[in-house]
Design a binder for this molecule. Sequence first.
Ligand SMILES: NC(=O)c1ccc[n+]([C@@H]2O[C@H](COP(=O)([O-])OP(=O)(O)OC[C@H]3O[C@@H](n4cnc5c(N)ncnc54)[C@H](OP(=O)(O)O)[C@@H]3O)[C@@H](O)[C@H]2O)c1
Length: 458
Amino acid sequence: MMKTVLTIFGATGNLMHIKLVPALIRLFKSGHLNNDTSVICVSRRDYNQEMYYEHLLSSVSPSLDLESIKNKLTYFQMDLQNPEDYQNLKKKIELTYGNDIQSLFYLAVSPEFFVEIAQGISQAGLVEKGNIRNRVVFEKPFGHSFESAKSINTQLENYFTESQIYRIDHYLGKDMIQNILVMRFGNIVFENNWSRDSIEKIDILVKEHSGIGNRGSYYDQSGAMNDMVQSHLLQMLALITMEPPKSLDSAEIRKNKIEVLKKTTIDNQSAIFGQYIGYLSEQGIPSDSSTETFVCLKAQVDTPRFKDVPIYLITGKKLDEKIAEIIIHFKEHTLANTLWPNQKPLHNQLVIGVSEYEGVRFQMNFKTPGLNDNLVETSLDYCHSCQKIGNNPEAYEKLLKDFIENTPTLFTSWDEIEASWKIVDPIDFIRETLIHYADIDDLRSKIRERKGREDIDL
Ligand SMILES: NC(=O)c1ccc[n+]([C@@H]2O[C@H](COP(=O)([O-])OP(=O)(O)OC[C@H]3O[C@@H](n4cnc5c(N)ncnc54)[C@H](OP(=O)(O)O)[C@@H]3O)[C@@H](O)[C@H]2O)c1
């Protein structure tokens, strides 16, 4: 079997510690990666192999069995801004592993380095344009607007073909996100009711309990809109509203997602922006920042299936809980209202728990047990994570595995990125309308007070 060499740029960074190292340990332990795979860990610190290992030991969770991958990791010091260092990296790889390898690159570094690294590895001959044995992962964010994303992409096209470029949206690696397709297209009961005829509205909701932590300088440049909506929330919208694919082929799924993203618009008047009180005192935040930490948008997907169905995209920090879920609100059922006129049958609701609760709740009407005929609202619950045997795969584990195996379905294509930026770019943000909220109750009451918006479920 051909040897795989995975070079990770940014190997002393936070992403490496919290996501990539745990994913690597699990993949090696489960046998998805084996002795044919080696990892080169790049940063600019003047470490030797032992010092790097000590660095990891003190940075990753103590519960991780780091020892199990110790001999798979090789530290390599370089400056990403020095072209000669790329030549040295090439020599190192050739001397250690030869030429007949699959050479892969993971850019776990600030996006400002994306083009420089692409140029560096390309000019050093570490990657060859069009050679699918050379692939590169780009972390998010991919640009901060359509123009900036396009500029990055145009430059990357000098060095790689689209099939060599893997753009991460780690939400796509989450098990329940992948489950959306199975649920929608594997069950006739949903497949036949998945349209404006049966669905009244959809909420796509990602709430966080925490604030921005120590990510201030990054977050203040992006805000909730670019950090969450442009990527994760629009990807969820695409999976929920896309047309049935003819197959599970990557190209087919991506094509259907792009089609709905191109038909998606945001009602500018409906946009609500908020900032939690205390944000301005966070580390790295300018005292006059108006960056939003909360956003609520009403989207429309102009397809025959979903025309005029409001889709709320809601995300924010410092709210009451950490949760990501999609709620499909079905319409009221006229027959049920006729048959049980005094009982207010509930509208069916399907709740897809993406995280922290992973599972599905389907709310239905049933008869109460016993002699009377009253209706009772009941929830059929499926706990996805409870069904798993062994460890729950983390998103990064799945994404790394797919990248190494050259399966791009769960990565975002340029066309998807382009369409997403074109959706969020035109949204006007009026500084004066920013709601300052202390907590979720405060936010709820200020939204109602100021906007009179009873349609929003927070
Ligand atoms: N952290 C997260 O939770 C998270 C989540 C989602 C996405 N991301 C994305 O992942 C990427 C990495 O984020 P991060 O939080 O891990 O960043 P980070 O903690 O700041 O780490 C940056 C890494 O880049 C290396 N580096 C910087 N300048 C270099 C240079 N000139 N030459 C060689 N190496 C250099 C650093 O090496 P030294 O230590 O030697 O300086 C370090 O290993 C970003 O694109 C970010 O947006 C991060």
